[in-house]
Design a protein around this ligand. Structure first.
Ligand code: 2AM
Length: 187
């Protein structure tokens, strides 16, 4: 199974992001646009994982979720990976670092490394991918010319998500969900 840890977003925030995405779709050609229901914040991509690892991954998720209280994630800037001048990924994310996000990401990273996953070389950077571009494009003026987003998402849970790749786009299904701070929000 193909798995990743992520933060799900409230419906209202996904709706707002979908609207912003549609505005970009008029100006940016050649992108694969993330379906509104799939918009999320990746914490750690695991890739193809044997089902035997699930209990460990679930224990790890539960422990990590206990370490932080629910928090607000600001989504107040557009950006691009690796950079706007040669964009492969168009995203929305916070201007300022998010301490709760960083703590969660570090907990998960340490946990998956302890399970034998190779270290993630780059620091997890909170973002919601809107589009992936097969051919890198210069989006400097598109991003610079857009009014900055003013969104804020209440993050109340950590999710272990399964992704089934289909020709028409991935189907995401939560495998497990843990309330931050230990409240009850199971799948
Ligand atoms: P992204 O949002 O930065 O594109 C599910 O596929 C999520 O896992 C995606 O949202 C993507 O993050 C991330 N992902 C997919 N393939 C990946 C890979 N090979 N390495 C790292 N992250 C990946």
């Amino acid at each position: 199974m193909r798995l990743f840890y992520c933060l799900e977003l409230p419906d209202a925030v996904r709706n707002d992001l979908a609207r912003l995405s549609r505005e970009f779709q008029v100006r940016v050609r050649g992108g694969t646009w993330v379906a509104p229901e799939n918009l999320h914040v990746t914490l750690r991509f695991l890739g193809e994982v044997g089902e035997d690892l699930l209990p460990s991954l679930e224990g790890l998720g539960q422990n990590a979720a206990l370490r932080v209280e629910p928090f607000e994630l600001f989504l107040d800037r557009f950006g691009a990976f690796p950079h706007p001048g040669r964009a492969r990924v168009l995203w929305v994310g916070p201007i300022r670092d998010s301490a709760p996000f960083a703590i969660l990401a570090q907990q998960v990273e340490e946990g998956v490394q302890a399970l034998g996953f190779p270290p993630e070389r780059r620091l997890a950077h909170p973002h919601v991918t809107l589009a992936r571009l097969r051919i890198p494009q210069d989006l400097t003026s598109v991003i610079g010319g857009a009014a900055p987003p003013v969104l804020q998402a209440r993050v109340g849970a950590l999710t272990l998500m399964q992704s089934d790749l289909r020709p028409k786009g991935p189907l995401y299904r939560p495998v497990a969900r843990w309330a931050l701070g230990g409240g009850d929000r199971g799948v």
